[in-house]
Design a protein around this ligand. Sequence first.
Ligand SMILES: Cc1ncc(C[n+]2csc(CCOP(=O)(O)OP(=O)(O)O)c2C)c(N)n1
Ligand SMILES: CC(=O)[C@@H](O)[C@H](O)COP(=O)(O)O
Ligand SMILES: [Mg+2]
Length: 629
Amino acid sequence: MHLKDIHSPQQLKSCSPDQLNKLAAEIRQFLIEKLSKTGGHLAPNLGVVELTLVLHKLFDSPKDKIIWDVGHQAYIHKILTGRMDKFDTLRQYKGLCGFPKRSESEHDIWETGHSSTSLSAAMGMAIARDVRGLDHHIVAVIGDGALTGGMALEALNHIGHEQKDIIVVLNDNEMSISPNVGALHNHLGKLRTAKHYKWAKEEIEYLIKKIPAIGGTLARTAERVKDSLKYLLVSGIFFEELGYTYLGPIDGHNVSELETCFRQAKRTKGPVLMHVVTKKGKGFAPAEADSDTWHGAGPYKIESGELIKSVGGPPNYKNVFGQAMIELAERDERIVAITPAMSSGSGLNSFAERFPDRFYDVGIAEQHAVTMSGGLAVEGMKPVCAIYSTFLQRGYDQVVHDIVRQNLDVCLAIDRAGFVGGDGETHQGVYDIGYLRLLPNIKIMMGKDENEFRNLLYTALHLKGPTAVRFPRGNGVGVPIGEFKLIELGTWEILENGHHVAILAVGPMVQLALKAADQLAKEGLKPYVVNARFIKPMDEKMLKELADQGLKFLTVEEHAVTSGFGSAVLEFFNEQGYDHVTVRRLGVPEVFVEHGSVADQRQEVGLTVDNIVHHVKQLHVTERKVQRA
Ligand SMILES: Cc1ncc(C[n+]2csc(CCOP(=O)(O)OP(=O)(O)O)c2C)c(N)n1
Ligand SMILES: CC(=O)[C@@H](O)[C@H](O)COP(=O)(O)O
Ligand SMILES: [Mg+2]
């Protein structure tokens, strides 16, 4: 059977291990070829080819539920469930989602993107199954990185307590995006090397009982031997003490071994922890050698493994951040950088090499990262918690309860603020202004370009109390990088003087606003263009001055309109008694914006030069109507 013949997982049921191995080779070739054009999460997927094949051979999806934690490694699952022909559109606008998507297939039983949710979802599904008297299997595939996520441990604890029939497949490749961290990771390391402790106790009993004649007696005796044997061997005692039957470590690339273990897991009552050891990037040498880089890669040349990157041009914001952090840490030994498992993505690898004792990758643990930053601050350090906007959602109570309420000097460096492109709806950074600006004490800011971003980071580190410095995914504008300079808190910048309408733009939207102003000038219209670089506190003096001129306002932000910067402007004028000021808000409506390019996403919601032009003109028209009335 060839890969092109597979249209349903049912076709795998009759495949021999040898046939599955041949399919695995075809799948790897398919992934390497397709992703060389589209980019995507190559290394994670190359590591789970055999695992996914055996899962779909031995379990009956969608009756049996297969959940993929993070879900970035579900490409083979998608290939085997009828979506192979869509891979040319992977992570593209209106194309195949890079994560499980319920609307794509009945086999995508649970949508993921953020890490560590699979076990909680599995528990919910298991309770539902049992309450309804059903008997299907529930399998959650979770990586060693995702297992460091707090909610995964919460669920692991609960499942063990309730003794639910759930098969937890720990896909252990020793890697998060970067090398995995933590004591649990170290424990797994011991288990990984325990080649002799291959089977759970049931399997030992099963083998002993097969010994002719004396097997039965021996089995009873073996109870004591086995228990002592278990303690003698490096065993999954951590998991077994939590109530799991531990099976492993298992070679995650050995189809026969995987089949034997999954068959054993299927007949085991109660929760099972299958410890599967895999190689991230397996089958593509560059990805095996550097699975951090190839965790999520852009297009590349297959032969050389060379990533196809645009050379020259403006610097990437994450690199601007990383460089700025090094320069700032050289000046101030109190500065400490914290990242929840995103050191590469946050541009902090060089910082980590330069200041190893002032850099902490805490694992996929956003809540811990935020509160640990608070601990650093109360002891006089200057923590910079580098965290994607979307992942900060995971640590929100810690921001409220631990940081802002205590008014601690913590700087939240909020990366990927705005649209993120291919990761799509689970990763858009479009809510943080809304969930932060309502809090007392916090200052929120976003630069119009990479140079101002540096200066705002510098300013934030000189302010008392909590700060949030937002910056987008992708490249800057290409402006010269100057010396650090302080920017007065709460001051905006008028970039274009004008009349009738003031465009108040945040971050990258400033560039769109300036382009719109250029277009409008050709038609004799000249709006103000204001760089609203402080979202909280706003430049209230300037707002009043502009309103007193009778101007109308157009706010532009790559953020949810509801609760965003534009709402803050509306609230301000309302509270200040400016009852007749017109404010139009451009931003992200109350929809989840799916994967595609950032340009696609902006186009979809109307964050475009043309739409800004349209709204300024519209405000002029209403202006003339009011004058005529
Ligand atoms: C809450 C959250 N934080 C961070 C991330 C970013 N992230 C995506 S995959 C990943 C590493 C996952 O490691 P692991 O679970 O071991 O899977 P592997 O890539 O090794 O297969 C991280 C940190 C995320 N998706 N969700
Ligand atoms: C799957 C996941 O959550 C991460 O791999 C994420 O895709 C990284 O995003 P960036 O590519 O913006 O660093
Ligand atoms: Mg891993």
